[in-house]
Design a protein around this ligand. Structure first.
Ligand code: NAD
Ligand code: WQD
Length: 340
């Protein structure tokens, strides 16, 4: 059984990926400092898969601790690196926290990999690297635009750190996965997104409003150059997204990579507006959402959606879940959380 180290594995996307890795027969070791997740997530994973992944509470900034972990869990075949700070607004307030956490965690792992013979690395990147693309849908070949936030900048710099390291001749190959907007939860509602404090992202704000945790959803702008005036995104089901990580790891492990660093867009290829999300959520759940149109949010991209053709063809992967089912899964998860 091949062993995969998943950093940030108790987090939102990480936990869903651990489930899919276990379904595919991998042995998983999770590293997480629990700065944005809870150890209970390990139990949720175990309830879904029947297997409890190894869990090490550790900060990826702790290079010595990581080294002890590599020594303890020998024979790691690949790393999937989710651990990072991800709140765009907070990154503007605390840029150094973001640069230190996101860059140093990555550097620590890349430095240790050759010493412990770990050759395969999947990195969580983001469609934020494209800014507002000139051409839609956006392909991997579109130029990266200057980042709108320190968080976005860390993703660009981290992509470069990985590429430069591989190019330097380090015995590492990597796949950079650029996620569009991951939403939803595992259909079992055993795991899902756990936002701390007031959610910044649309879907947790929607489900918390529907649950009565928040009085009202603000729709940030209806005067954009889009059919209904609200912003457009490519919302991808988190389980679909998780499955792409398994395929990426298998691709490297079976020697199928076409180059030492590959980049893939992970999206559905379909653009959906904020108002469409609101309407679809109401239709699927039967819950009326209290919302109002407010002013634009600073730094928002008007519209972006993926061209996932390269990932579809090369990875043999496709986002399959409908928006309806995905929003239903987010609501089921929120109902389990109750007023949290
Ligand atoms: P998340 O916050 O739920 O998960 C990240 C996990 O990493 C958390 O469990 C946190 O406790 C852990 N972590 C953070 N810093 C750590 C450190 N120094 N050492 C150990 N653990 C640490 O976030 P997520 O939504 O699951 O995102 C996972 C990755 O995907 C991140 O790299 C994020 O930037 C990227 N990403 C997320 C989105 C999104 O919309 N959710 C979109 C694009 C890219
Ligand atoms: C989606 C849409 C908002 C909240 C962010 C990061 C990006 C990536 C994903 C990690 C937008 C609108 C939102 C609300 C609203 N993360 N909205 N009312 O902005 O596409 O991307 O998360 O890499 O880097 O920037 O996602 O969920 O915040 O917003 O109207 O209360 O919903 O304006 O159009 P976004 P989001």
């Amino acid at each position: 059984m091949q062993k995969i180290l998943v950093t940030g594995g108790t987090g939102y996307i990480g936990s869903h990926t651990v489930v899919e890795l276990q379904h595919a027969g991998f042995e998983v070791v999770i590293v997480d400092n629990l700065s944005n997740s809870s150890a209970d997530v390990v139990e949720g994973i175990a309830r879904i898969t029947g297997v409890r992944p190894a869990f090490e509470r550790l900060d990826c900034l702790d290079g010595e601790g990581l080294e002890r972990l590599f020594a303890k869990h020998g024979g790691i075949a690949a790393i999937i690196h989710f651990a990072a700070s991800k709140a765009v607004g907070e990154s503007v307030q605390k840029p150094l926290l973001y640069y230190r956490n996101n860059l140093t965690s990555l550097i620590n792992l890349l430095e240790l990999m050759p010493k412990y013979g770990v050759e395969n690395f999947v990195f969580s990147s983001s469609c934020t690297v494209y800014g507002q693309p000139d051409v839609l849908p956006v392909t991997e070949r579109a130029p990266r635009k200057p980042a709108e936030s320190p968080y976005g900048n860390t993703k660009q710099i981290c992509e470069d750190i990985v590429s430069d390291t591989v190019r330097s001749g380090a015995p590492i190959r990597s796949i950079l996965l650029r996620y569009f907007n991951p939403i939803g939860a595992h259909p079992s509602a055993e795991i899902g997104e756990l936002p701390l404090g007031v959610p910044q992202n649309l879907i947790p704000f929607v489900t918390q409003t529907a649950a009565g945790v928040r009085p009202k959803l603000s729709v940030f702008g209806n005067d954009y150059d889009t059919p209904d005036g609200s912003c457009i995104r490519d919302y991808i089901n988190v389980v679909d997204l998780a499955k792409a990580h398994v395929i990426a790891a298998q691709r490297m492990l079976t020697g199928k990579s076409k180059s030492a660093v590959e980049t893939f867009n992970l999206g559905t290829g379909r653009g959906v507006s904020v108002l469409e999300v609101v309407n679809t959520f109401e239709k699927v759940t039967g819950v009326k959402l209290n919302y109002e149109i407010t002013g634009r949010r600073a730094g928002d991209i008007e519209k972006i959606w993926a061209n996932p053709a390269y990932a579809n063809a090369e990875l043999g992967w496709q986002a399959k879940e409908t928006l309806e089912n995905t929003l239903a899964s987010a609501w089921k998860w929120q109902q389990k959380l109750g007023k949290r």
